[in-house]
Structures are given as C-alpha cells and as structure tokens.
Design a protein around this ligand. Structure first.
Ligand SMILES: [Zn+2]
Ligand SMILES: [Zn+2]
Length: 248
C-alpha cells in the first residue's frame, strides 16, 4: 500500500491499523514466548519474581489501542505534507559517499534527539503534579510485560507522538532511515518492557552495551523501584543528571 497516494483521512486510518497491528503482533509474540510457554526456551533471564496480573494487562492493551489513534495523527499529517513537498523527508537511491555518511549521521541525530526529548518529558511526567494525568497508566504494572510497551495515557501519547514527525519537517531524513528508526523504536520498547533480559549477561554486566545502552535490566528497575532510569535508548542523560540506578 502506498500511503503517499491516499487522502489524509485514508492514510490516518491506515496508520491506526498499522500501528495497532504492529503492537499486537510484536508484543503478543514476545509475551507468548517469554510468559506463556510452559517450557521457556528462549535464552533469557527473568528479572523479578513478580507475577503480572491479567486485569492490568487488559488495561494496558486498551491504553495501547487508544494510543494508536493518537500516534497515527501526526504521522498522517506528515505524509500529507510530504505529498505537498513541505517536509525534510527524502527518498530514492543514495549514490554518493557523503550521502551514505549522512544516512548514518541523520539516524544518530534522530536517536539522540528522541532520547533527549523522552528523558526530559518522562522525568517531568514523574512530577507529582503531572504524574496522575500523564503517566500513571504506563506504571499500572509493577512488573511490566511486552504489553506495557505502548501503554500510555492519552495525555502522554499526545506529548510524545508529535516529536519525531515534527523533527522530519526540519532535519532531512531518508524514508528508509525513518522505517529503520520506527523498527528500532518498536523493538526497543518491547524488549525493555519484556520483564526478561534477552541480551547476553556478559553484555549487560561487563560489556560496552550494558554500560551505555538501556535494556530490560535497566528499564525494569524504573518500573519496580519507581525512581530514576528515565532514558529511552541510552544511559547518557541518566548518568549525566545523576538519575541512573542500575542494579548491575
Ligand atoms: Zn516512568
Ligand atoms: Zn516503561
């Protein structure tokens, strides 16, 4: 399906379905493999002995489906503006060395910008004055499962959904990079809420990856201890601002 050929309402509807399906399929698959299979065969380490409650999971799925309607809106506007030639999105083959350098550079810029925006808005949403209205829904489960990965109160979804589409109005980015970023975003969210650590323990305890990147070990502590560890992809801001609480 070529979303660029659709009207803004059709592309909105298509995006709602794509975003919701992506969540249900990926979260469902990981939840099945980690939490539902009687003989757990994935090489993963369970992070706590807490048992996720079915009632809370149902609530998280409901919030996530509502979030799909919110996230799709700025996405549909971006596609519409792209049709009109009013964005910094570009496509087509990358033919020069400088073009390839920029592919990686733009990916890094977007990841860092997203991480920065997420850290500061997430930290602000933990302020007692904002928490109930914006972020309590995400923290319903003390021990998250993959179903928590997209479970945001509508106010939190509104705060976060516009950021990347708005960035794509100003900072040039190839459509292929956007698709890779969306994949990274989804996998990162699902893995960090898995409740199990899937990365090798040597990476987490001794390696570069565990020192600098956020994985389930790091984000699970945000949910169970409820203090610190506000970052999205990198531990950079948590370390810089003294909010890094890693149990390893
Ligand atoms: Zn939080
Ligand atoms: Zn979380």
């Amino acid at each position: 399906m070529d979303l660029t050929q659709l009207s803004i309402w059709h592309s909105y509807a298509a995006l709602v379905v794509i975003i919701a399906l992506r969540y249900v399929v990926i979260a469902g698959l990981l939840d099945f493999m980690l939490w539902r299979r009687p003989a757990q065969k994935l090489r993963a380490v369970k992070l706590t002995n807490l048992t996720p409650k079915a009632k809370i999971i149902r609530h998280e799925i409901t919030l996530s489906l509502i979030s799909s309607f919110i996230y799709a809106a700025p996405g549909a506007v971006l596609i519409h503006l792209w049709n009109e030639g009013g964005t910094a999105l570009y496509s087509g083959p990358v033919t020069s060395a400088a073009g390839w350098v920029y592919i990686f550079l733009s990916g890094a810029i977007y990841l860092f910008a997203h991480d920065t925006y997420f850290y500061w808005t997430h930290r602000a949403m933990h302020h007692p004055k904002l928490y109930r209205m914006t972020h309590a829904g995400h923290h319903k489960s003390k021990q998250p499962t993959p179903w928590a990965s997209f479970s945001f109160d509508p106010a939190e979804a509104v705060i976060s959904a516009w950021f990347l589409p708005a960035l794509a109005l100003f900072i040039p980015v190839h459509v292929g990079v956007v698709l890779i970023l969306l994949t990274i975003m989804t996998l990162n969210a699902v893995l960090n809420h898995a409740g199990w650590e899937l990365y090798p323990q040597s990476w987490i305890h001794k390696g570069w990856w565990g020192r600098h990147m956020i994985t389930a070990t790091h984000h699970n502590l945000h949910h169970t201890k409820f203090t610190g560890n506000y970052g999205l992809y990198f531990r950079f801001w948590d370390k810089l601002m003294g909010t890094d609480r890693n149990g390893v």
